[in-house]
Design a protein around this ligand. Structure first.
Ligand SMILES: [Zn+2]
Length: 199
């Protein structure tokens, strides 16, 4: 990176923390900000400064909310018998968009990752257990990514939450819609084979 003034370098370093943003893009954004009017910059800075306080996670399920309790937590409007567990509040919106799920959500703060120092205690399984009990949940759907952490956390939750009254399922990992077999990697194909369904 050229020797920019220190404050500009700090801004570039901050922008590079965003996913998918490399040095060149961060520099372009930083120089763009320099051209903005001070009103625009103040507005933008204000949005960033308030975002955590204005959209806190729902204290029950961890989804984003502006009302204290979120739009998803009212089991009179949703099917309280199924609970979908996800790793991020953003994933909730992806599931909602499918319109295929009308149950309740629960967002865990972290997936298990002992290498990064994230252990089971941070999953707060006790909170999930009490929600299962309160809502008489019959099915828990685990909707984590297919990663080492996602797999480890899914297995851990399955062992902790399994009971005679609760079925634990996980999203199927299969073939992308419209794909052909010779373009699919071995891992995806193997998962699709394991998760095959009766026709
Ligand atoms: Zn909620």
């Amino acid at each position: 990176m050229p020797k920019y003034p220190e404050d500009l370098q700090n801004l570039i370093a901050a922008l590079k923390k965003l996913p998918g943003i490399g040095s060149k893009t961060a520099e372009r954004f930083a120089f763009e900000f320099i051209n903005w009017g001070s009103d625009e910059l103040t507005h933008f800075g204000g949005l960033l400064a308030q975002i955590r306080n204005k959209i806190p996670p729902c204290t029950t399920c961890g989804c984003l909310t502006q009302l204290g309790q979120c739009q998803f937590c009212d089991s009179r409007l949703r099917d309280g018998h199924s609970l979908c567990i996800l790793a991020s509040a953003r994933d909730v919106y992806s599931i909602e968009e499918t319109r295929a799920f009308r149950g309740l959500y629960h967002v865990v703060e972290h997936l298990l990752s002992p290498l990064d120092g994230r252990y089971a205690a941070e999953l707060r399984v006790d909170r999930i257990e009490s929600r299962i009990h309160e809502n008489q949940v019959q099915e828990v759907i685990i909707a984590f990514d297919s990663t080492l952490e996602g797999d480890a956390t899914a297995l851990f939750l399955k062992e902790r939450l399994t009971s005679p009254n609760v079925k634990i399922t996980r999203l199927a990992f299969g073939l992308p819609v419209g794909s052909s077999l010779d373009h699919i990697d071995g891992g995806t194909l193997s998962r699709a084979l394991t998760g095959r369904q009766t026709l």
